[in-house]
Design a protein around this ligand. Structure first.
Ligand code: GUN
Ligand code: ZN
Length: 452
């Protein structure tokens, strides 16, 4: 247990109790990467815990019996029986315009894009449609306990305006960007080097750093961007050092062959991005399944991140991520659903898929590592770990309340589990949106399950 987190030195007499809210339940959060620290030092767990929130920020977390004597009896406490509070989940790669094509049958990446994705994304020039889907999408994230995501819009700037507008109304910490794609896509879904630059710039000026929002320059992938457009993406990053770079990398073998064919002058897929200045500490690459050793080392040196998308990688038959190799090269890794190629919004369920992807390669995903990937690891990959990802004092109070009794099977299985590692693992293997009783963003309830 980290003493500085559980027993705050805060002088309660200086503050009005009405600024404080307390949540009592079992509480767990990651405080380190289990691959880097001793397993027991990677998390804090309080079987009867108290999370104290002051004006949207974490004030204290610890054992209820340790913390309660420091507060007056009038402290407002919400008590959840048979529940586990975790930090809000962080989804490091997802496409909001793909909501209506989740679970589309039968294709691998390139054919799936042509057959389903481009058609769906074509409708996002209509602000009304974009706003409707953004609302449904964000509601779905919150139903699943996800409070932060790195999000692809469509090629239309209207899609990102609508997304940020709704995210701002809900007070969520989100990162998003307009897709850049001027080549190898239907005419009606392309931008140009000039319009892509201008629209991205406008969106950065309007949204980046406003509320809890950040902008990501978002070339779809090397196949759909000309050299000039990749150069212009690099220019946007140089001109706006705080913004992110978000794209796809080495997901599918046919995709990699196509990149080699389109960019014969480069030594590999990552080298295309590196040549245009797109590989740095604020770069997040989705997938990275078929990377070479050299590319993994390059990502590690650059401080870049990979979004691990197991549900998507299985659904599209793309392949199995070699997590151990990325970790060997110190590449930041976060977990991601990659809706609409992923088939579930739930990061609990995504932990289940990650477990199986690693099993197939002879590795065992520890539940504390899975928790880390879905929370603090994701926050680190997004360079947001000074703000979110766990319950360190002063961080933003984004959290989820998970119900141990959400289904009869969970109730039965968790009822027979003694240790937190077993309860957590069972939640990941059997749980999904049904487990999320309530979700909080900056200390405000933003989703409550019907009947809770
Ligand atoms: N590569 C380029 N675009 C996409 C997309 O929309 N989804 C996935 N999974 N991979 C991509
Ligand atoms: Zn994707």
């Amino acid at each position: 247990m980290a003493a500085d987190m559980s027993c705050s030195s805060y002088n309660n007499s200086n503050r009005s109790q009405s600024d404080l809210k307390a949540y009592r339940a079992s509480i767990i959060h990651s405080i380190g990467d289990p691959s880097e620290v001793e397993k027991g030092a990677s998390y804090d767990y309080f079987p009867d815990g108290l999370l104290i929130v002051e004006r949207g920020k974490i004030r204290a977390v610890g054992h209820a019996n340790d913390l309660l004597p420091s507060y007056e009896q009038t402290l407002e406490i919400i008590h959840y029986e048979e529940a586990l509070i975790t930090p809000g989940f962080v989804d490091t790669h997802i496409h909001y315009p793909q909501l209506e094509i989740v679970g589309s049958h039968g294709e691998q990446l390139l054919e799936w894009l042509e057959k389903y994705v481009f058609l769906a994304e074509g409708r996002f020039d209509e602000s009304g449609h974009a706003e409707d889907v953004a609302r449904r999408f964000l509601a779905e994230l919150l139903r699943n306990g996800t409070t932060t995501a790195l999000v692809f819009g469509s090629v239309h700037k209207e899609s990102v305006d609508a997304f940020f507008q709704v995210a701002a109304e809900l007070g969520l910490r989100m990162i998003a960007g307009k897709v850049l794609m001027d080549s190898n896509a239907p005419d009606w879904l392309r931008d140009t080097v000039e319009s892509g630059y201008k629209d991205s710039l406008e969106l950065i000026q309007r949204w980046h750093g406003k509320h809890r929002l950040s902008y990501a320059v978002t070339p779809r992938f090397a196949i759909t961007c000309s050299r000039e457009q990749l150069k212009s993406a690099g220019r946007l990053l140089t001109e706006h050092p705080g913004v992110y770079l978000h794209t796809h990398l080495s997901e599918n073998k046919a995709e990699i062959e196509s990149v080699a064919h389109l960019f014969p002058e480069r030594t590999g897929y990552l080298d295309v991005y590196a040549h245009y200045g797109l590989v740095g500490p604020r770069s997040i690459f989705a997938h990275g399944i078929h990377l070479t050793e050299h590319e993994c080392a390059h990502l590690g040196h650059a401080g870049a991140a990979v979004a691990f998308c197991p549900s998507s990688n299985l659904f599209l038959g793309s392949g199995l991520l070699d997590l151990a190799r990325l970790e060997k090269h110190k590449v930041h890794v976060g977990l991601a659903t990659d809706i609409g190629a992923g088939t579930s919004f739930s990061l609990l369920h995504t932990c289940n898929e990650a477990y199986k992807v690693l099993q197939l390669q002879g590795h065992k995903l520890d539940p504390f590592k899975a928790l880390y990937l879905a929370t603090l690891g994701g926050a680190r990959a997004l360079r947001l770990d000074d703000k979110i990802g766990n319950f360190s004092i002063g961080k933003e109070a984004d959290f989820a309340v998970l119900d141990y009794k959400a289904t009869p099977l969970l109730d039965y299985r968790i009822g027979g589990a003694n240790k937190i590692e077993e309860k957590l693992f069972v939640l990941m293997m059997l749980g999904d949106d049904r487990c999320v009783k309530e979700t909080f963003a900056e200390g405000r309830s933003v989703y409550r399950r019907a009947g809770s």
